[in-house]
Write a new protein. Structure first.
Length: 82
C-alpha cells in the first residue's frame, strides 16, 4: 500500500510541475535572474572602474565634481566615491 501511495503522489507532483512550467513565460523568469552592477549600468565586458567628471562655470568660479565607481572581477560594485 505504501508503494502505491508514493507512486501516485510522485505522479501527481510531476503533473503539477509540468502544468505550472507551461503557464510561465520566459519573461516572468527574468525577475529571478541575478544581474551584476555592471549589467545594470548598461555596460558590457569586464569593467574595472568608471570615473565621471562634471564641471560648470559660474560667476568667475569653476565648480567640478568627480564620481568614481569600482567593480570587482565578478562585476559587482565594491567602492563608490561621490
Amino acid at each position: 500500500m505504501n508503494r502505491g501511495y508514493y507512486l501516485s503522489s510522485l505522479l501527481i507532483s510531476f503533473v503539477l510541475i509540468l502544468s505550472c512550467s507551461r503557464n510561465v513565460s520566459n519573461h516572468d523568469w527574468h525577475a529571478f535572474v541575478k544581474h551584476t552592477d555592471v549589467e545594470e549600468a548598461g555596460l558590457k565586458g569586464k569593467v574595472k572602474s568608471i570615473a565621471t567628471y562634471a564641471c560648470s562655470l559660474g560667476d568667475s568660479q569653476e565648480f567640478c565634481s568627480v564620481s568614481i565607481k569600482k567593480f570587482n572581477a565578478q562585476g559587482f560594485l565594491v567602492f563608490w566615491l561621490k
